[in-house]
Ligand binder design. Sequence first.
Ligand code: C5P
Length: 232
Amino acid sequence: MTDKSVPVIAIDGPSGSGKGTICQLLAAKLGFHYLDSGALYRLLGLAAKRHGVELDKVESLAVLAAHMDISFRMNEDGDSPKVLLEGEDVSSSIRSEQVGSDASIVAAYPEVREALLQRQRAFAVAPGLVADGRDMGTVIFPGADAKIFLTASPEERAQRRYKQLIDKGESVSLAALVDQVQKRDERDMSRPVSPLVPADNAVILDSSQMSIDEVLNSSLEIVIKNGIRPQH
Ligand code: C5P
């Protein structure tokens, strides 16, 4: 079980909704820890490739999920935390479209999700946690103090991803990205275990027409309304 005295903010939603950015800004503003649960599934996808585990070998994947050597290192300059697999910095390799797609395949197995459950709950330590994912408010932290479901239209999310990839110098087609975003959503929303759905008591925010500052301010309002106070 999780420690009830540690405040937890659960932020769920599809990829490209801006969750990652908002969760990190919110965690920094509140002085809380940050859990990027999607990175765990991405790390598992990458670890499986590196250890030669096929993506349909559920038992081996669950063992790997429970034991893989991973760590997150906070950056002092406020950038995203560094993600390490077996001591190697894989922060950028886990962000590829291929690893994202592998992550969504391994994430559909109940055995894998079960193996990662306690590893995720272990992030809830004082002074508090902002948890970013698909099932933070429904499964991992059902008793979270504040729950937000952040979404945006598929076109807007594909457009944001397109911009990120172009900025990184990668050549991609926008139409292909819209298609990928929709396929990944379908897989995440229709899987029988921990599907991507808002928790009953989540506040739904559609960021399609909102700036980052607007989403951050709305999220802070929700958090404060739920009795959570910044640490500094
Ligand atoms: O959030 P991110 O795009 O990094 O997540 C990668 C994939 O991991 C998602 O498409 C989803 O299938 C899976 N995931 C999940 N549950 C979470 C976080 C991510 O199933 N809590």
